[in-house]
Design a protein around this ligand. Structure first.
Ligand code: CA
Length: 236
């Protein structure tokens, strides 16, 4: 992504002045347009009033915690969220991803590392995602799903997928570039009362890869996030 002309608008939610000072200078120099919220409540207020391309969210915040801010933003928005936690903080990364965070970094971090991750989530989100006029079409990269008729197309050629496989694809493609946890997939596709073998999910993923990937053992589209879940890669 070129930052030459367009400056991505970033909501920085951070209560430590030293970080605010350093990031204000560093991120401005890197081409980002920063708005600062010093507590969780202010973050939610600003988020409701303005449009942002990315949220950089500290976990330990006055008034409303970072996790609650994340949960709350996700109710209304798909904006990329990167969570920032301090070293030594008990961090449940699975919970963070389940709440819809796109990525996380641990303080102290290098500015270069942070901006690389910021650009990566922005790139994922800006990949072409088309949703049809009546929301019945989901298109990411080479894949197109026609939701109502449950038809799946790869580079314009129809691929026959089963009902559960279609449901898995639908959830992954609706969240391009974002990790969908195993629990989320199982609850969504099989229902929260599912008591069967969770390996069933892996079997379905394997079949989808055989259908959709050029090299099913080295998948480029449906990737595994070890110990967490799966992700539909965009721009792959
Ligand atoms: Ca803090």
């Amino acid at each position: 992504m070129s930052l030459g002309e367009y400056r991505p608008r970033v909501l920085l939610v951070e209560d430590e002045e030293s970080f605010i000072d350093a990031l204000s200078i560093g991120l401005d120099r890197e081409g980002f347009l920063l708005t600062i919220a010093r507590d969780g409540q202010e973050a939610l207020t600003l988020f409701g009033e303005q449009t942002f391309d990315l949220v950089l969210l500290d976990l330990m915040l006055p008034k409303v915690s970072g996790l609650d801010v994340c949960r709350s933003i996700r109710h209304s928005s798909n904006v990329p969220i990167i969570i920032v936690s301090a070293k030594g903080e008990e961090v449940d990364t699975v919970l963070m991803l389940e709440l819809g965070a796109d990525d996380y970094v641990t303080k102290p971090y290098r500015l270069r590392e942070l901006t690389a991750r910021m650009r990566a989530v922005l790139r994922r989100r800006s990949a072409p995602v088309a949703v049809g006029e009546s929301d019945e079409l989901l298109e990411v990269g080479p894949l197109r799903l026609e939701i109502d008729s449950r038809r799946c197309f790869l580079n314009g050629v129809e691929v026959k997928v089963r009902k559960k496989e279609f449901a898995i694809l639908e959830l992954l493609l609706a969240n391009p570039g974002r990790v969908i946890t195993r629990d989320h997939l199982i609850n969504d596709v099989w229902g929260s009362d599912y008591v069967g073998d969770t390996k069933t999910l892996d079997v379905h993923i394997k079949r989808l890869r055989n259908l959709l990937e050029e090299f099913p053992k080295e998948p480029r589209h449906i990737t595994t996030v070890r110990g967490v879940g799966y992700r539909f890669e965009v721009g792959a």
